[in-house]
Write a protein that binds this ligand. Structure first.
Ligand SMILES: Cc1cc2nc3c(=O)[nH]c(=O)nc-3n(C[C@H](O)[C@H](O)[C@H](O)COP(=O)(O)OP(=O)(O)OC[C@H]3O[C@@H](n4cnc5c(N)ncnc54)[C@H](O)[C@@H]3O)c2cc1C
Length: 440
Protein backbone atom coordinates (compact mmCIF):
# COMPACT_ATOMS: atom_id res chain seq x y z
CA UNK A 1 0.00 0.00 0.00
CA UNK A 2 1.41 3.44 -0.95
CA UNK A 3 0.85 6.43 1.29
CA UNK A 4 -0.67 8.89 -1.26
CA UNK A 5 -3.64 8.26 -3.56
CA UNK A 6 -5.74 10.41 -5.88
CA UNK A 7 -8.92 8.95 -4.42
CA UNK A 8 -9.69 6.78 -1.40
CA UNK A 9 -13.08 5.07 -1.25
CA UNK A 10 -14.66 3.93 2.00
CA UNK A 11 -16.66 0.74 1.40
CA UNK A 12 -16.67 -1.80 -1.42
CA UNK A 13 -20.45 -2.23 -1.95
CA UNK A 14 -22.06 -1.31 -5.31
CA UNK A 15 -21.41 2.43 -4.84
CA UNK A 16 -17.77 1.99 -3.81
CA UNK A 17 -16.88 -0.53 -6.50
CA UNK A 18 -18.60 1.54 -9.21
CA UNK A 19 -16.73 4.72 -8.24
CA UNK A 20 -13.45 2.80 -7.95
CA UNK A 21 -13.76 1.12 -11.37
CA UNK A 22 -14.73 4.31 -13.20
CA UNK A 23 -11.91 6.34 -11.63
CA UNK A 24 -9.35 3.58 -12.22
CA UNK A 25 -10.50 3.32 -15.84
CA UNK A 26 -9.75 7.05 -16.15
CA UNK A 27 -6.18 6.37 -14.96
CA UNK A 28 -6.58 7.65 -11.39
CA UNK A 29 -4.73 6.10 -8.46
CA UNK A 30 -7.55 4.66 -6.37
CA UNK A 31 -7.73 2.67 -3.15
CA UNK A 32 -10.86 1.03 -1.68
CA UNK A 33 -11.09 0.14 2.03
CA UNK A 34 -13.68 -2.53 2.78
CA UNK A 35 -14.16 -3.67 6.34
CA UNK A 36 -15.55 -7.12 5.46
CA UNK A 37 -14.09 -10.02 3.50
CA UNK A 38 -16.16 -10.61 0.32
CA UNK A 39 -18.34 -12.52 -0.36
CA UNK A 40 -20.48 -11.37 2.58
CA UNK A 41 -24.25 -11.37 3.08
CA UNK A 42 -26.09 -8.17 2.14
CA UNK A 43 -29.73 -7.31 1.60
CA UNK A 44 -30.93 -5.41 -1.49
CA UNK A 45 -31.43 -8.00 -4.16
CA UNK A 46 -33.76 -6.62 -6.80
CA UNK A 47 -32.26 -4.23 -9.35
CA UNK A 48 -33.76 -1.75 -11.83
CA UNK A 49 -33.46 -1.73 -15.64
CA UNK A 50 -32.03 1.79 -15.73
CA UNK A 51 -28.85 0.42 -14.03
CA UNK A 52 -28.06 -1.47 -17.25
CA UNK A 53 -26.44 1.61 -18.78
CA UNK A 54 -24.08 1.79 -15.78
CA UNK A 55 -23.21 -1.90 -16.14
CA UNK A 56 -22.41 -1.25 -19.81
CA UNK A 57 -20.18 1.65 -18.81
CA UNK A 58 -18.40 -0.53 -16.26
CA UNK A 59 -17.92 -3.25 -18.90
CA UNK A 60 -19.82 -5.84 -16.86
CA UNK A 61 -22.98 -6.57 -18.84
CA UNK A 62 -21.93 -9.89 -20.39
CA UNK A 63 -20.70 -11.22 -17.05
CA UNK A 64 -23.85 -10.18 -15.18
CA UNK A 65 -26.10 -11.56 -17.96
CA UNK A 66 -24.42 -14.92 -17.55
CA UNK A 67 -24.60 -14.98 -13.76
CA UNK A 68 -27.92 -13.54 -12.64
CA UNK A 69 -31.63 -14.11 -13.12
CA UNK A 70 -33.16 -11.51 -15.44
CA UNK A 71 -35.98 -9.51 -13.87
CA UNK A 72 -38.69 -8.54 -16.38
CA UNK A 73 -41.05 -6.62 -14.15
CA UNK A 74 -42.77 -6.19 -10.82
CA UNK A 75 -46.15 -7.12 -9.41
CA UNK A 76 -48.03 -5.50 -6.55
CA UNK A 77 -51.01 -7.10 -4.84
CA UNK A 78 -53.03 -6.42 -1.71
CA UNK A 79 -53.25 -8.82 1.23
CA UNK A 80 -57.01 -8.78 0.95
CA UNK A 81 -56.72 -10.27 -2.53
CA UNK A 82 -58.90 -7.62 -4.23
CA UNK A 83 -56.12 -5.63 -5.89
CA UNK A 84 -53.27 -6.66 -8.15
CA UNK A 85 -51.20 -5.09 -10.87
CA UNK A 86 -48.27 -6.18 -12.99
CA UNK A 87 -45.69 -3.86 -14.49
CA UNK A 88 -43.77 -5.36 -17.40
CA UNK A 89 -40.70 -3.15 -17.88
CA UNK A 90 -40.85 -3.58 -21.64
CA UNK A 91 -44.15 -1.62 -21.62
CA UNK A 92 -42.75 1.31 -19.64
CA UNK A 93 -42.63 4.81 -21.10
CA UNK A 94 -39.39 5.26 -23.10
CA UNK A 95 -37.66 2.35 -21.40
CA UNK A 96 -34.34 1.41 -22.95
CA UNK A 97 -33.89 -1.98 -21.28
CA UNK A 98 -36.70 -4.45 -20.76
CA UNK A 99 -35.04 -6.20 -17.87
CA UNK A 100 -32.84 -5.82 -14.82
CA UNK A 101 -31.41 -8.58 -12.58
CA UNK A 102 -32.41 -10.31 -9.37
CA UNK A 103 -29.15 -10.95 -7.53
CA UNK A 104 -27.71 -12.74 -4.55
CA UNK A 105 -25.83 -9.74 -3.21
CA UNK A 106 -22.85 -11.64 -1.84
CA UNK A 107 -22.08 -12.80 -5.42
CA UNK A 108 -23.06 -9.58 -7.16
CA UNK A 109 -21.02 -7.32 -4.87
CA UNK A 110 -17.99 -9.58 -5.24
CA UNK A 111 -18.17 -9.46 -9.06
CA UNK A 112 -18.28 -5.66 -8.93
CA UNK A 113 -15.43 -5.37 -6.43
CA UNK A 114 -13.22 -7.87 -8.27
CA UNK A 115 -13.84 -5.83 -11.40
CA UNK A 116 -12.47 -2.75 -9.59
CA UNK A 117 -9.23 -4.66 -8.91
CA UNK A 118 -9.10 -5.86 -12.53
CA UNK A 119 -9.58 -2.25 -13.65
CA UNK A 120 -6.52 -1.11 -11.67
CA UNK A 121 -7.87 -0.01 -8.28
CA UNK A 122 -6.20 -1.26 -5.08
CA UNK A 123 -8.80 -3.04 -2.95
CA UNK A 124 -8.01 -3.73 0.68
CA UNK A 125 -10.53 -5.94 2.45
CA UNK A 126 -10.95 -6.54 6.17
CA UNK A 127 -9.80 -2.98 6.67
CA UNK A 128 -12.06 -0.45 8.34
CA UNK A 129 -11.72 3.30 8.08
CA UNK A 130 -11.54 4.48 11.68
CA UNK A 131 -10.80 8.17 11.50
CA UNK A 132 -10.29 11.06 9.11
CA UNK A 133 -8.12 14.15 9.30
CA UNK A 134 -9.24 16.84 6.89
CA UNK A 135 -6.25 18.79 5.55
CA UNK A 136 -5.88 21.53 2.92
CA UNK A 137 -4.45 19.32 0.21
CA UNK A 138 -6.28 16.09 1.01
CA UNK A 139 -7.61 13.81 3.71
CA UNK A 140 -5.58 11.69 6.12
CA UNK A 141 -7.29 8.33 6.66
CA UNK A 142 -6.65 6.13 9.65
CA UNK A 143 -7.39 2.50 8.86
CA UNK A 144 -7.44 -0.54 11.06
CA UNK A 145 -6.63 -3.99 9.75
CA UNK A 146 -6.33 -7.05 12.02
CA UNK A 147 -5.71 -4.86 15.05
CA UNK A 148 -3.01 -2.71 13.45
CA UNK A 149 -3.50 0.97 12.62
CA UNK A 150 -2.06 2.67 9.55
CA UNK A 151 -2.44 6.05 7.87
CA UNK A 152 -2.74 6.91 4.17
CA UNK A 153 -3.51 10.19 2.45
CA UNK A 154 -5.78 10.83 -0.54
CA UNK A 155 -6.52 14.00 -2.42
CA UNK A 156 -10.23 13.11 -2.37
CA UNK A 157 -12.39 10.65 -0.45
CA UNK A 158 -15.69 9.13 -1.60
CA UNK A 159 -17.69 7.80 1.32
CA UNK A 160 -19.54 4.69 0.11
CA UNK A 161 -19.78 3.06 3.53
CA UNK A 162 -23.52 2.39 3.21
CA UNK A 163 -25.73 2.97 6.22
CA UNK A 164 -22.63 3.19 8.41
CA UNK A 165 -22.27 6.63 6.80
CA UNK A 166 -18.74 7.23 8.10
CA UNK A 167 -18.45 10.90 7.05
CA UNK A 168 -22.12 11.72 7.76
CA UNK A 169 -21.63 10.43 11.30
CA UNK A 170 -18.23 12.14 11.65
CA UNK A 171 -19.75 15.56 10.83
CA UNK A 172 -23.19 14.76 12.34
CA UNK A 173 -24.94 15.38 9.02
CA UNK A 174 -27.57 12.64 9.14
CA UNK A 175 -31.20 13.71 9.25
CA UNK A 176 -33.73 10.89 9.51
CA UNK A 177 -37.33 11.00 8.27
CA UNK A 178 -39.65 10.45 11.22
CA UNK A 179 -42.44 8.95 9.03
CA UNK A 180 -40.08 6.27 7.69
CA UNK A 181 -38.71 4.59 10.82
CA UNK A 182 -39.07 1.04 9.63
CA UNK A 183 -37.86 -2.37 10.61
CA UNK A 184 -37.45 -5.41 8.39
CA UNK A 185 -37.15 -9.15 8.87
CA UNK A 186 -36.23 -11.50 6.03
CA UNK A 187 -34.78 -14.83 4.94
CA UNK A 188 -34.15 -16.96 1.85
CA UNK A 189 -36.36 -19.93 0.98
CA UNK A 190 -36.16 -22.77 -1.53
CA UNK A 191 -39.10 -23.99 -3.60
CA UNK A 192 -41.60 -21.20 -3.14
CA UNK A 193 -44.21 -21.47 -5.90
CA UNK A 194 -44.04 -18.79 -8.57
CA UNK A 195 -45.56 -17.95 -11.95
CA UNK A 196 -44.37 -19.62 -15.13
CA UNK A 197 -42.20 -17.77 -17.67
CA UNK A 198 -41.16 -14.11 -17.45
CA UNK A 199 -43.64 -13.37 -14.64
CA UNK A 200 -41.80 -15.86 -12.48
CA UNK A 201 -38.87 -13.40 -12.43
CA UNK A 202 -40.94 -10.45 -11.15
CA UNK A 203 -40.45 -8.91 -7.73
CA UNK A 204 -43.77 -9.38 -5.97
CA UNK A 205 -44.94 -6.91 -3.31
CA UNK A 206 -47.84 -7.73 -1.03
CA UNK A 207 -49.35 -4.75 0.73
CA UNK A 208 -51.04 -5.18 4.12
CA UNK A 209 -52.64 -2.43 6.17
CA UNK A 210 -49.59 -1.66 8.33
CA UNK A 211 -46.81 -3.63 6.62
CA UNK A 212 -45.65 -4.81 3.22
CA UNK A 213 -43.88 -7.96 2.08
CA UNK A 214 -41.43 -8.65 -0.71
CA UNK A 215 -40.92 -11.87 -2.65
CA UNK A 216 -37.80 -11.68 -4.82
CA UNK A 217 -36.79 -14.72 -6.88
CA UNK A 218 -33.00 -14.99 -6.70
CA UNK A 219 -32.51 -18.09 -8.84
CA UNK A 220 -34.72 -20.70 -10.46
CA UNK A 221 -35.45 -22.17 -7.00
CA UNK A 222 -34.39 -19.66 -4.33
CA UNK A 223 -36.50 -16.72 -3.14
CA UNK A 224 -35.89 -13.84 -0.76
CA UNK A 225 -38.94 -13.07 1.38
CA UNK A 226 -39.19 -10.25 3.88
CA UNK A 227 -41.49 -7.82 5.59
CA UNK A 228 -41.17 -4.12 6.39
CA UNK A 229 -43.17 -2.39 9.12
CA UNK A 230 -42.97 0.47 11.60
CA UNK A 231 -40.40 -0.23 14.27
CA UNK A 232 -43.00 0.54 16.95
CA UNK A 233 -45.34 -2.13 15.51
CA UNK A 234 -42.52 -4.67 15.49
CA UNK A 235 -41.68 -3.97 19.12
CA UNK A 236 -45.37 -4.34 20.03
CA UNK A 237 -45.32 -7.92 18.68
CA UNK A 238 -42.92 -8.84 21.51
CA UNK A 239 -41.46 -11.62 19.36
CA UNK A 240 -37.99 -12.37 18.05
CA UNK A 241 -37.39 -11.91 14.31
CA UNK A 242 -37.74 -15.61 13.47
CA UNK A 243 -40.99 -16.14 15.32
CA UNK A 244 -42.39 -12.84 14.05
CA UNK A 245 -41.55 -13.51 10.39
CA UNK A 246 -43.09 -16.96 10.50
CA UNK A 247 -46.28 -15.67 12.14
CA UNK A 248 -46.60 -12.74 9.74
CA UNK A 249 -46.17 -14.96 6.67
CA UNK A 250 -48.79 -17.40 7.95
CA UNK A 251 -51.31 -14.54 8.16
CA UNK A 252 -50.91 -13.78 4.46
CA UNK A 253 -52.68 -16.23 2.13
CA UNK A 254 -51.23 -14.35 -0.85
CA UNK A 255 -47.80 -15.51 0.32
CA UNK A 256 -48.33 -18.54 2.52
CA UNK A 257 -50.29 -20.42 -0.16
CA UNK A 258 -47.10 -20.38 -2.26
CA UNK A 259 -44.91 -21.68 0.55
CA UNK A 260 -46.45 -25.11 1.09
CA UNK A 261 -43.39 -26.97 -0.21
CA UNK A 262 -40.75 -24.46 0.78
CA UNK A 263 -37.87 -24.61 3.24
CA UNK A 264 -35.97 -21.76 4.80
CA UNK A 265 -32.29 -21.99 3.92
CA UNK A 266 -30.79 -19.00 5.74
CA UNK A 267 -31.12 -17.58 9.21
CA UNK A 268 -33.83 -14.96 9.65
CA UNK A 269 -32.12 -11.57 9.42
CA UNK A 270 -33.43 -8.39 10.99
CA UNK A 271 -32.42 -4.82 10.18
CA UNK A 272 -33.74 -1.42 11.04
CA UNK A 273 -34.22 0.53 7.86
CA UNK A 274 -34.67 4.15 8.82
CA UNK A 275 -34.70 6.47 5.85
CA UNK A 276 -32.35 9.42 6.18
CA UNK A 277 -30.37 11.96 4.18
CA UNK A 278 -27.21 13.86 4.96
CA UNK A 279 -27.62 17.62 5.12
CA UNK A 280 -24.55 18.03 2.89
CA UNK A 281 -23.29 15.59 0.28
CA UNK A 282 -19.92 17.24 -0.37
CA UNK A 283 -17.04 18.97 1.37
CA UNK A 284 -13.90 20.49 -0.08
CA UNK A 285 -12.22 17.06 -0.25
CA UNK A 286 -15.05 14.53 0.04
CA UNK A 287 -18.28 13.31 -1.51
CA UNK A 288 -20.94 10.96 -0.20
CA UNK A 289 -22.46 8.34 -2.52
CA UNK A 290 -25.03 5.54 -2.24
CA UNK A 291 -26.53 4.81 1.15
CA UNK A 292 -23.75 6.86 2.75
CA UNK A 293 -25.42 9.91 1.14
CA UNK A 294 -28.97 8.88 1.96
CA UNK A 295 -31.15 5.84 2.39
CA UNK A 296 -34.69 5.55 1.13
CA UNK A 297 -37.16 2.87 2.23
CA UNK A 298 -36.61 -0.14 -0.07
CA UNK A 299 -40.21 -0.53 -1.28
CA UNK A 300 -39.40 0.23 -4.93
CA UNK A 301 -35.96 -1.50 -4.97
CA UNK A 302 -34.18 1.76 -5.72
CA UNK A 303 -31.17 1.36 -3.37
CA UNK A 304 -28.61 -0.22 -5.67
CA UNK A 305 -29.79 1.93 -8.59
CA UNK A 306 -29.27 5.15 -6.60
CA UNK A 307 -25.94 3.80 -5.26
CA UNK A 308 -24.57 3.07 -8.73
CA UNK A 309 -26.01 6.22 -10.28
CA UNK A 310 -24.60 8.53 -7.58
CA UNK A 311 -21.24 6.75 -7.65
CA UNK A 312 -21.06 7.37 -11.40
CA UNK A 313 -21.75 11.10 -10.89
CA UNK A 314 -19.18 11.16 -8.04
CA UNK A 315 -16.47 9.56 -10.20
CA UNK A 316 -17.08 12.11 -12.97
CA UNK A 317 -17.02 15.03 -10.50
CA UNK A 318 -13.75 13.93 -8.87
CA UNK A 319 -12.10 13.19 -12.17
CA UNK A 320 -13.00 16.72 -13.34
CA UNK A 321 -11.69 18.22 -10.06
CA UNK A 322 -8.41 16.30 -10.36
CA UNK A 323 -7.97 17.52 -13.93
CA UNK A 324 -8.84 21.11 -13.13
CA UNK A 325 -8.93 21.94 -9.40
CA UNK A 326 -10.53 25.32 -10.12
CA UNK A 327 -13.76 23.65 -11.29
CA UNK A 328 -14.07 21.60 -8.08
CA UNK A 329 -16.68 23.77 -6.32
CA UNK A 330 -18.85 23.88 -9.43
CA UNK A 331 -18.75 20.15 -10.22
CA UNK A 332 -19.25 19.16 -6.57
CA UNK A 333 -22.29 21.43 -6.39
CA UNK A 334 -23.66 19.85 -9.56
CA UNK A 335 -23.02 16.43 -8.03
CA UNK A 336 -24.98 17.25 -4.88
CA UNK A 337 -27.86 18.69 -6.90
CA UNK A 338 -28.12 15.65 -9.18
CA UNK A 339 -27.90 13.13 -6.34
CA UNK A 340 -30.40 14.98 -4.15
CA UNK A 341 -32.79 15.20 -7.09
CA UNK A 342 -32.80 11.42 -7.63
CA UNK A 343 -33.30 10.79 -3.92
CA UNK A 344 -36.11 13.38 -3.78
CA UNK A 345 -37.93 11.69 -6.67
CA UNK A 346 -37.97 8.33 -4.90
CA UNK A 347 -38.54 9.75 -1.43
CA UNK A 348 -41.78 11.28 -2.69
CA UNK A 349 -42.83 8.01 -4.34
CA UNK A 350 -42.09 6.07 -1.14
CA UNK A 351 -43.79 8.59 1.17
CA UNK A 352 -46.93 8.32 -0.98
CA UNK A 353 -46.86 4.51 -0.79
CA UNK A 354 -47.59 4.75 2.94
CA UNK A 355 -50.47 7.22 2.50
CA UNK A 356 -54.08 6.01 2.30
CA UNK A 357 -55.42 5.72 -1.23
CA UNK A 358 -52.10 5.27 -3.01
CA UNK A 359 -52.33 1.46 -3.06
CA UNK A 360 -55.87 1.65 -4.50
CA UNK A 361 -54.72 3.86 -7.35
CA UNK A 362 -51.48 2.04 -8.19
CA UNK A 363 -53.24 -1.34 -8.32
CA UNK A 364 -55.95 -0.02 -10.69
CA UNK A 365 -53.81 1.59 -13.38
CA UNK A 366 -55.15 3.46 -16.33
CA UNK A 367 -53.33 3.96 -19.60
CA UNK A 368 -55.19 7.27 -19.98
CA UNK A 369 -52.68 10.17 -20.10
CA UNK A 370 -49.94 7.44 -20.26
CA UNK A 371 -50.22 7.09 -16.46
CA UNK A 372 -49.46 3.37 -16.27
CA UNK A 373 -46.42 3.45 -18.62
CA UNK A 374 -45.03 6.50 -16.81
CA UNK A 375 -45.40 4.95 -13.32
CA UNK A 376 -43.84 1.78 -14.77
CA UNK A 377 -40.98 3.89 -16.08
CA UNK A 378 -40.34 5.42 -12.64
CA UNK A 379 -40.35 1.91 -11.20
CA UNK A 380 -37.76 0.95 -13.83
CA UNK A 381 -35.50 3.82 -12.75
CA UNK A 382 -36.32 6.48 -15.35
CA UNK A 383 -35.16 9.74 -13.76
CA UNK A 384 -34.83 11.81 -16.90
CA UNK A 385 -35.93 15.44 -16.73
CA UNK A 386 -38.90 15.32 -19.07
CA UNK A 387 -42.18 17.18 -19.10
CA UNK A 388 -44.12 13.99 -19.88
CA UNK A 389 -42.65 12.14 -16.92
CA UNK A 390 -43.03 15.04 -14.50
CA UNK A 391 -46.58 16.02 -15.53
CA UNK A 392 -47.95 12.44 -15.57
CA UNK A 393 -46.48 11.74 -12.14
CA UNK A 394 -48.11 14.94 -10.85
CA UNK A 395 -51.47 13.70 -12.19
CA UNK A 396 -50.87 10.30 -10.61
CA UNK A 397 -50.06 11.79 -7.19
CA UNK A 398 -53.09 14.07 -7.47
CA UNK A 399 -55.43 11.14 -8.20
CA UNK A 400 -53.91 9.25 -5.23
CA UNK A 401 -54.47 12.33 -3.07
CA UNK A 402 -58.14 12.59 -4.20
CA UNK A 403 -58.67 8.91 -3.44
CA UNK A 404 -58.05 9.66 0.23
CA UNK A 405 -61.23 11.76 0.34
CA UNK A 406 -63.38 10.75 -2.65
CA UNK A 407 -63.42 7.18 -3.98
CA UNK A 408 -62.01 7.65 -7.47
CA UNK A 409 -61.58 3.87 -7.70
CA UNK A 410 -62.29 0.79 -5.59
CA UNK A 411 -60.90 0.85 -2.04
CA UNK A 412 -59.03 -2.20 -0.76
CA UNK A 413 -59.42 -3.29 2.88
CA UNK A 414 -55.79 -4.55 3.03
CA UNK A 415 -56.89 -7.09 5.65
CA UNK A 416 -55.71 -10.60 4.81
CA UNK A 417 -58.56 -12.59 3.32
CA UNK A 418 -59.48 -15.78 5.22
CA UNK A 419 -56.70 -18.25 4.69
CA UNK A 420 -57.45 -21.32 2.62
CA UNK A 421 -56.94 -24.47 4.68
CA UNK A 422 -53.18 -24.42 4.88
CA UNK A 423 -51.57 -26.79 7.30
CA UNK A 424 -49.99 -25.22 10.37
CA UNK A 425 -46.64 -26.77 9.52
CA UNK A 426 -46.69 -25.91 5.85
CA UNK A 427 -43.08 -24.73 5.71
CA UNK A 428 -40.51 -27.40 6.29
CA UNK A 429 -38.24 -26.74 9.20
CA UNK A 430 -35.16 -24.76 8.27
CA UNK A 431 -32.08 -26.51 7.08
CA UNK A 432 -29.96 -23.93 8.83
CA UNK A 433 -30.79 -23.17 12.42
CA UNK A 434 -31.61 -19.50 12.80
CA UNK A 435 -29.31 -17.09 14.55
CA UNK A 436 -31.07 -13.70 14.55
CA UNK A 437 -28.45 -11.08 13.78
CA UNK A 438 -29.87 -8.10 15.56
CA UNK A 439 -32.92 -6.91 17.42
CA UNK A 440 -34.33 -3.41 17.53
C1 LIG B 1 -34.67 -4.48 4.09
C2 LIG B 1 -33.98 -3.88 2.91
C3 LIG B 1 -34.32 -4.31 1.63
C4 LIG B 1 -33.69 -3.77 0.51
N1 LIG B 1 -34.04 -4.18 -0.73
C5 LIG B 1 -33.47 -3.63 -1.81
C6 LIG B 1 -33.77 -4.08 -3.13
O1 LIG B 1 -34.56 -5.00 -3.32
N2 LIG B 1 -33.15 -3.48 -4.17
C7 LIG B 1 -32.24 -2.48 -3.99
O2 LIG B 1 -31.72 -1.95 -4.99
N3 LIG B 1 -31.91 -2.05 -2.76
C8 LIG B 1 -32.50 -2.60 -1.68
N4 LIG B 1 -32.13 -2.19 -0.44
C9 LIG B 1 -31.13 -1.11 -0.33
C10 LIG B 1 -29.71 -1.62 -0.62
O3 LIG B 1 -29.37 -2.61 0.33
C11 LIG B 1 -28.72 -0.47 -0.53
O4 LIG B 1 -29.29 0.70 -1.05
C12 LIG B 1 -27.42 -0.75 -1.28
O5 LIG B 1 -26.77 -1.86 -0.77
C13 LIG B 1 -26.50 0.50 -1.19
O6 LIG B 1 -25.23 0.22 -1.70
P1 LIG B 1 -23.96 1.00 -1.09
O7 LIG B 1 -22.80 0.57 -1.90
O8 LIG B 1 -24.26 2.43 -0.95
O9 LIG B 1 -23.83 0.44 0.40
P2 LIG B 1 -23.56 -1.05 0.91
O10 LIG B 1 -24.03 -2.02 -0.10
O11 LIG B 1 -24.15 -1.14 2.26
O12 LIG B 1 -21.99 -1.16 1.00
C14 LIG B 1 -21.28 -0.45 1.98
C15 LIG B 1 -19.98 -1.19 2.28
O13 LIG B 1 -19.18 -0.37 3.12
C16 LIG B 1 -18.52 -1.19 4.06
N5 LIG B 1 -18.17 -0.35 5.21
C17 LIG B 1 -18.99 0.18 6.13
N6 LIG B 1 -18.30 0.91 7.03
C18 LIG B 1 -16.99 0.83 6.68
C19 LIG B 1 -15.79 1.36 7.22
N7 LIG B 1 -15.79 2.14 8.32
N8 LIG B 1 -14.62 1.07 6.60
C20 LIG B 1 -14.61 0.28 5.49
N9 LIG B 1 -15.71 -0.25 4.93
C21 LIG B 1 -16.90 0.03 5.52
C22 LIG B 1 -19.54 -2.28 4.37
O14 LIG B 1 -18.92 -3.43 4.87
C23 LIG B 1 -20.20 -2.50 3.01
O15 LIG B 1 -19.60 -3.57 2.29
C24 LIG B 1 -32.71 -2.74 0.69
C25 LIG B 1 -32.35 -2.33 1.97
C26 LIG B 1 -32.98 -2.89 3.07
C27 LIG B 1 -32.60 -2.44 4.46
Amino acid sequence: MDSLYDVAIIGGGPAGSTAATLLAQKGRKVIVFEKEKFPRFHIGESLLPYSMAAFDRLGLRAKLDAMFLPKYGAAICTSCGTGAVKFKFKDAYRVEHGNAYQVTRSEFDKVLLDHSTESGATVVEQTAVENLQIEDEGIGITIKSRGAEERVTARYVVDCSGRNAVIGSFFKLKKSYSHLKKFSVFAHYENVAREEGDEGTYTRLVRGSDRWFWMIPLSRTKMSIGVVMDIADFKALKQGPEEALDAMLREQPEIWSRMIDSSRVTPVYAESDYSYRNRRLTGARWLLAGDAAGFIDPIFSTGVFVAIESAGYAADAIDAALTNPRCRARVFKRYARATNRVMDLYLRFVSNWYRPGFIDVITQPTTRFQLAPVVNSMLAGNIEKSFTLWSRMEVFYFVAFLQRYIPVCRRHSLLPKASPSLGAAAIRSPEILPAPRSRP
